[in-house]
Write a protein that binds this ligand. Structure first.
Ligand SMILES: *[C@@H]1O[C@H](CO)[C@@H](O)[C@H](O)[C@H]1NC(C)=O
Ligand SMILES: *[C@@H]1O[C@H](CO)[C@@H](O)[C@H](O)[C@H]1NC(C)=O
Ligand SMILES: *[C@@H]1O[C@H](CO)[C@@H](O)[C@H](O)[C@H]1NC(C)=O
Length: 637
C-alpha cells in the first residue's frame, strides 16, 4: 500500500529532530550567554579614545544601550541590538557616495534608523531616485552676431535649468540626430517652406530619440511642482500624440510609434509643400488637443509681439535685433523667479530651533533667503509671464522672510532648514568645545534639535526616535522636497566653491540674484527699489539681540566645531591625533541618535542631488564638445 507509513523512516526522522533541537538549544545558550558582554566589549575596544576620557567612556557605554521605553526594539540602531547576529551589509550601489556622505537607496527610507537597513552607521537610506522623463529640444543657431549667439546660449541654459528643476532630463538635439532618423532621406527630396523644413528637422530628431516630450527652447515651465500638466509630463508615459492649445509648436508629447506615424503621414500628404506646421500637414485625428493647461510659458515671436513691446521694437530692426534678443534671458529668468515667489505666497521660513544659540549657524540660510526674496533684475518691470497674465510682479513689496523656531507644514511657505551635527550643537548650546563623556551624559539633553524643530508639527509627547519618519518625509517626499531646502550646518553651500552656488540655481530653476543692486551692465531701465532686503528679525523666544562680542564668540565655537568634525574623520585614514576627536564625536553621536540620523540623512540627500546633476552634466558634455555649445553652432550650414 503506497500510503502506509514505513516504520523504518520513523527512527532516523526522530533522531534528526532531536539532534537539531539539541543543536539549536546549545547554539542559543552559547550565543545568548556571550553576546551581551562580547558586544559591548567590542564596542569599547573598537572605539579609539584618549586616556583622559577613558573612565567616562566606560560609564557612557554602560548607560547607552538603555533605550527610551516607548521605543520598540526593532527601531534601535544595529549596534545597540545585542541579539542580532552578524550579517552581510547590503552591497554598495553605483555612484552612492560623495566626500564623507554615503547612501543606499531603498523603499524602507522612512524607517527611523538607516543602520537597521544598511548595517552601517555611516550609510543613510534614501528614497529611490525618481526616473526623470526626457524632454527634448531642437536647436540650430540662427544668431548672426556675437550678441545674439551669447543670448542663444543663455536661453538654452535657462531652458535646461528650468526643466531640470521641475524633475526632467532636458536634452538638446541638433542636426546629427535628425540625420540619424531613417526617414531623413525621404524628407530631403521634398521642397518645403523654410518653416516646415525646420519643423520637419525637429520632428526627425525627436523621432530618432523616441518617446518623450518635444519642447521649443523658448518654452519653459512656470508653475508649481505639483501642477497637473507637469505631473503628467513627469510620468513619462504618453498614450497619444498631443499638442497644447495656444502653444503652437511649443510643446508636443508622444510615443515613438505615433511620432513615426505622424512624420510618414506628413511626408505622404499632398499639401506638404504648402503648409507651415505639422498640425496642418496631418489629419485632425492625428493629434489630441489639450485645451486646459497653464504651466508652460512660451516666448514665441507672436507672444513677444503681443506682450513685450520693448523687445519687439528692437527685434524688428536688424541693427538692434541682437540687443533685443539679449534682453530675453534676463526677462525669462525674472519671470521664473517671480513665479516661484508667487507660488510661495506665505514667504520664506528660515528654521531656527533653539534660537538663543544658533544665530551664526543659520547665517548661510538667511543669505539664501534674502537673495530669493529680492526682486529679480528685469528689462521690463511689472511684466507678467505669458502663461500667468494675473501674476503679482515683484516691484517694491518683497517676499516675507520669517525665522520660526519650529517647522510649519504650510503648502505656500518655503522652508530653509539648517541641521547641525550634534557635536556642533552641543558646543554652541554649552559654550564648550571638549564635551567629555560624563558632561554629555549629565548635562546635555538628547536630540535637542529634532525635538525643538518638530514641537509644533508632532506635539510634545513623542520620543525623538518616533519623530524621524515625519522629519524624513518633510525632507525627501515629493511634497516636502518641493517646499524645502535642507543644509548641513557645517558645510553650507555658500561657503563652498562657485559650483555650489550654481547648484542652488539648478535646484530652484533660475539664477538667484547675486548682487545687491543691478550690475549696471544691462542697457535697460532698472526699477529703483532693488536694494537687497534687510535680514529678518527672529520671531520670538530670542530676547535681546546678540552683541557683537557674543556673535563672534558663537562664530568661533562654530568654526572650531567644524574643525573637530573634519579632523575626526582622519582617524579612519590613520591620522594621529584624530583619535580623540573621533571619540568625542562618537560619544555625542551615540547620545543624540535622532539628531545624528537627521544630520546624516540631510548630508546624503544633498550630496546625492549634487552627484545626480554632475553625473548628468558629465554625460551631456560628451555631446557638447569642448566649446559647450560648439556642436550646434558648427553644424549650422
Ligand atoms: C504636510 O502636509 C501635506 C499636505 O497637507 C501632507 O500630505 C503631509 O503628510 C504633511 N506632512 C507631515 C510631515 O505632516
Ligand atoms: C546673495 O547675494 C550676495 C550679494 O548681494 C552674494 O554675495 C551672495 O553670494 C549671494 N548668495 C547666494 C547664496 O546666492
Ligand atoms: C556613475 O558615474 C559615472 C561617472 O560619473 C558614470 O559613467 C556611470 O554611468 C555612473 N553609474 C551609474 C550606475 O549611474
Amino acid at each position: 500500500m503506497p500510503r502506509a507509513p514505513n516504520p523504518c523512516t520513523y527512527l532516523p526522522r526522530r533522531l534528526q529532530i532531536v539532534a537539531s533541537l539539541t543543536a539549536f538549544v546549545l547554539f542559543c545558550i552559547l550565543f545568548l550567554g556571550s553576546s551581551g558582554t562580547a558586544d559591548s566589549d567590542s564596542y569599547i575596544n573598537n572605539v579609539p579614545y584618549g586616556p583622559q576620557i577613558q573612565q567616562g567612556a566606560h560609564q557612557v557605554v554602560d548607560h547607552l544601550p538603555k533605550l527610551p521605553k516607548d521605543l520598540p526594539h526593532v527601531n534601535a540602531p544595529q549596534w545597540l541590538n545585542p541579539f542580532r547576529g552578524p550579517a552581510h551589509k547590503p552591497p554598495e550601489q553605483a555612484n552612492s557616495s560623495s566626500g564623507e556622505a554615503r547612501w543606499y537607496t531603498d523603499f524602507k527610507w522612512r524607517n527611523p534608523f538607516s543602520s537597521d537597513t544598511t548595517l552601517d552607521e555611516e550609510r543613510a537610506v534614501l528614497p529611490p531616485l525618481a526616473e526623470r522623463a526626457a524632454i527634448y529640444t531642437y536647436f540650430e543657431s540662427t544668431g548672426k552676431d556675437e550678441k545674439s549667439k551669447t543670448a542663444e546660449q543663455q536661453l538654452l541654459q535657462i531652458w535646461r535649468r528650468a526643466w531640470w528643476a521641475q524633475g526632467f532630463r532636458p536634452v538638446v538635439l541638433g542636426k546629427p540626430e535628425a540625420m540619424n532618423n531613417p526617414l531623413f532621406r525621404a524628407v530631403q527630396g521634398l521642397e518645403l517652406e523654410p518653416e516646415m523644413d525646420k519643423e520637419m528637422m525637429r520632428w526627425l530628431a525627436w523621432g530618432n530619440m523616441g518617446t518623450g516630450v518635444l519642447s521649443n527652447w523658448l518654452a519653459v515651465p512656470m508653475a508649481a511642482h505639483d501642477d497637473a500638466l507637469l505631473a503628467f509630463l513627469r510620468r513619462g508615459e504618453y498614450p497619444s500624440l498631443t499638442r497644447y492649445e495656444g502653444l503652437d509648436n511649443g510643446l508636443f508629447v508622444g510615443n515613438r510609434e505615433d511620432i513615426d506615424k505622424a512624420i510618414k503621414q506628413a511626408i505622404a500628404s499632398p499639401a506638404m509643400k504648402r503648409v507651415k506646421s505639422m498640425a496642418e500637414a496631418v489629419t485632425a485625428e492625428t493629434f489630441t488637443v489639450d485645451p486646459e493647461h497653464s504651466a508652460i510659458a512660451f516666448y514665441s515671436t507672436s507672444t513677444i509681439t503681443g506682450k513685450y513691446n520693448l523687445i519687439r521694437n528692437k527685434l524688428d530692426k536688424p541693427s538692434t535685433a541682437g540687443e533685443g534678443l539679449a534682453m530675453l534671458p534676463t526677462l525669462i529668468n525674472s519671470h521664473l523667479h517671480m513665479t516661484w515667489q508667487n507660488i510661495f505666497s506665505s514667504g520664506i521660513a528660515v528654521l531656527k530651533p533653539l534660537p538663543e544659540h544658533t544665530t551664526t549657524l543659520i547665517e548661510p540660510a538667511i543669505d539664501i533667503a534674502r537673495n530669493l526674496s529680492q526682486c529679480p533684475d528685469t528689462p521690463i518691470p511689472a511684466s507678467c509671464p505669458p502663461n500667468r497674465p494675473r501674476c503679482k510682479p515683484c516691484v517694491s513689496s518683497q517676499m516675507l522672510i520669517t525665522v520660526p523656531p519650529v517647522f510649519r507644514n504650510t503648502s505656500t511657505l518655503f522652508t530653509i532648514a539648517t541641521v547641525p551635527h550634534p557635536y556642533t550643537l552641543t558646543s554652541l548650546l554649552h559654550s564648550r568645545l571638549e564635551p567629555n563623556a560624563k558632561f554629555i551624559r549629565r548635562e546635555t539633553d538628547r536630540d535637542s534639535w529634532v525635538l525643538a524643530a518638530t514641537k509644533e508639527l508632532l506635539g510634545t509627547g513623542l520620543s525623538s526616535f518616533s519623530r524621524l519618519p515625519a522629519l524624513k518625509d518633510i525632507i525627501a517626499s515629493e511634497y516636502g522636497s518641493a517646499r524645502t531646502l535642507w543644509l548641513v550646518g557645517e558645510m553650507p553651500p555658500s561657503r563652498e566653491s562657485e559650483m555650489d552656488l550654481e547648484g542652488l540655481d539648478w535646484h530652484f530653476g533660475f539664477t538667484l540674484p547675486r548682487s545687491p543692486m543691478s550690475d549696471g551692465k544691462s542697457e535697460t531701465p532698472v526699477p529703483g527699489p532693488e536694494r537687497r532686503p534687510p535680514p529678518p528679525k527672529s520671531e520670538f523666544g530670542e530676547g535681546p539681540p546678540l552683541s557683537e562680542q557674543e556673535l563672534s564668540h558663537e562664530r568661533s565655537l562654530l568654526e572650531q566645531a567644524k574643525m573637530v568634525l573634519r579632523r575626526s574623520t582622519g582617524s579612519r585614514k590613520g591620522k594621529t591625533g584624530a583619535k580623540s576627536f573621533a571619540f568625542m564625536r562618537e560619544v555625542v553621536e551615540a547620545w543624540s541618535l535622532a539628531d545624528t540620523e537627521c544630520w546624516k540623512f540631510v548630508r546624503a540627500w544633498e550630496a546625492r542631488r549634487r552627484v545626480e546633476r554632475r553625473g548628468w552634466e558629465g554625460e551631456e558634455e560628451r555631446f557638447q564638445g569642448k566649446g559647450m555649445f560648439g556642436r550646434w553652432i558648427d553644424k549650422v550650414t
